[in-house]
Design a protein around this ligand. Structure first.
Ligand code: NDP
Ligand code: GDR
Length: 346
């Protein structure tokens, strides 16, 4: 019998890479998706299999982390060996605008899923997508021992989810782990996170489809790794002999400005001619520096990051330039549409 995994957030950046990884390992993969009025499965379209096909190993199910009853019925139906809780309202600045929704999905959502596993009496392993944002103002390097000081409603919700995951491990003996992941990016990164916003703008500026790029704080330091490597780390955490919590990071910190320079230079552009400041992209409280110490994951899981931030910037620019070449004018026209522009930045 193949192992069976349930992934919440399968339509997101990490969910799509994790689904790929687990399918390649022979798993049967079940994903929770939200009903939307338009298709929201573009990141996993290439993995789609007709469920009528007897060989199909990817199955999608409607549901939402705010709907506890649905989580219970779905777990009963799927009976997974491994559950990966990747779903969240994951944008830090948006969490200041939608603090209650963020708390409900990013924080309470994890508890609802853990509780559904418990009441259904399932013997399965549980991964919680915890975040370096939980460290907030605690100075780098941050490790599993660093105290949390969450600087946003998103960070506070993730701290709740972290502790409730540990509590279910300690109270009920569940194999429940926290992966405390530092920023990780890819060509599939959401367009409103700063790395992708930059690399996408570079491609559009190069193609003449855009001239200016508006950004907020360029001095923040982040530890940016490559998402496909991080989902491998998630899987390794669930294969360990004992449940435990692990930091995944590159250990290298760079400023937003340094990432920006690397991305523009890779495309032969001068960033100073195109980048402008806009205070709407500032946060009420900012995290100055996140640089992770992933020694524990290296020693106990044999996991290390291979792609460092400079190479990551080049990978992402190349992918956006290529996508721009393929998509051509209809894409440019869509991007000029006023409705798109009003949703184009966060
Ligand atoms: P994305 O924002 O790309 O994906 C989030 C996913 O969650 C999407 O599939 C989204 O669905 C889904 N989702 C949102 N709200 C709900 C809900 N109420 N019910 C069900 N599904 C929901 O995030 P990433 O892939 O980048 O990150 C994955 C997880 O890891 C997140 O929990 C994030 O907070 C955390 N994390 C991410 C890091 C990073 O650098 N990427 C670092 C540390 C932690 P839809 O497509 O319908 O919007
Ligand atoms: P972050 O990522 O908040 O670290 O959360 P984001 O890319 O949003 O911001 C990184 C840094 O860049 C600065 N910045 C801007 N950010 C955005 N989004 N847009 C801008 O225009 C801009 N200008 C400057 C920010 O102020 C910040 O300092 C990500 C998410 O994936 C979380 O879900 C995850 O938990 C953490 O990483 C680890």
């Amino acid at each position: 019998m193949p192992k069976r995994a349930l992934i919440t957030g399968i339509t997101g950046q990490d969910g799509s890479y994790l689904a790929e990884l687990l399918l390649a390992k022979g798993y049967e993969v079940h994903g929770l998706i939200r009903r939307a009025s338009t298709f929201n499965t573009s990141r996993i379209e290439h993995l789609y299999q007709d469920p009528h096909d007897p060989q199909a190993r990817l199955f999608l199910h409607y549901g939402d982390l705010v709907d506890a009853a649905r989580l219970a019925t779905l777990l009963h139906e799927v009976a997974p060996d491994e559950v990966y809780n990747l779903a969240a309202q994951s944008h830090v600045r948006v969490s200041f605008e939608e603090p209650e929704h963020t708390g409900d999905t990013t924080g309470m959502g994890a508890m609802r899923l853990l509780e559904a596993v418990r009441v259904m009496g399932l013997d399965c392993r549980f991964y919680q997508a915890s975040s370096s944002e939980m460290f907030g103002a605690s100075p780098p390097p941050q490790s599993e021992q660093t105290p949390f000081y969450p600087p946003s409603p998103y960070g506070a919700a993730k701290v709740y989810a972290y502790w409730v995951t540990r509590n279910y491990r300690e109270a009920y003996g569940m194999f429940a782990v926290n992966g405390i992941l530092f920023n990780h990016e890819s060509p599939r990164r959401g367009e409103t996170f700063v790395t992708r916003k930059i690399t996408r703008a570079v491609a559009r500026i190069k193609a003449g489809a855009q001239n200016q790029l508006y950004l907020g704080n360029l001095d923040a330091v982040r530890d940016w790794g490559y998402a496909p490597e991080y989902v491998e780390g998630m899987w390794r955490m669930l294969q360990a002999d004992e449940p435990d919590d692990y930091v995944l990071a590159t250990g290298q910190g760079v400023t937003v400005r340094e990432f920006l320079v690397a991305a523009f230079e890779h495309a032969g552009l001068d960033w100073q001619k195109h980048v402008k400041f806009d205070d709407r992209y500032l946060r009420p409280t900012e995290v100055d520096a996140l640089i992770g110490d992933a020694s524990k994951a290296r020693q106990q899981l044999g996991w290390t990051a291979g792609v460092m931030p400079g190479e990551l910037a080049r990978i992402m620019v190349d992918a956006d330039v290529e996508a721009m070449d393929h998509e051509g004018r209809p894409w440019i026209d869509a991007a000029r549409h006023p409705a798109w522009q009003s949703h184009g930045g966060a």
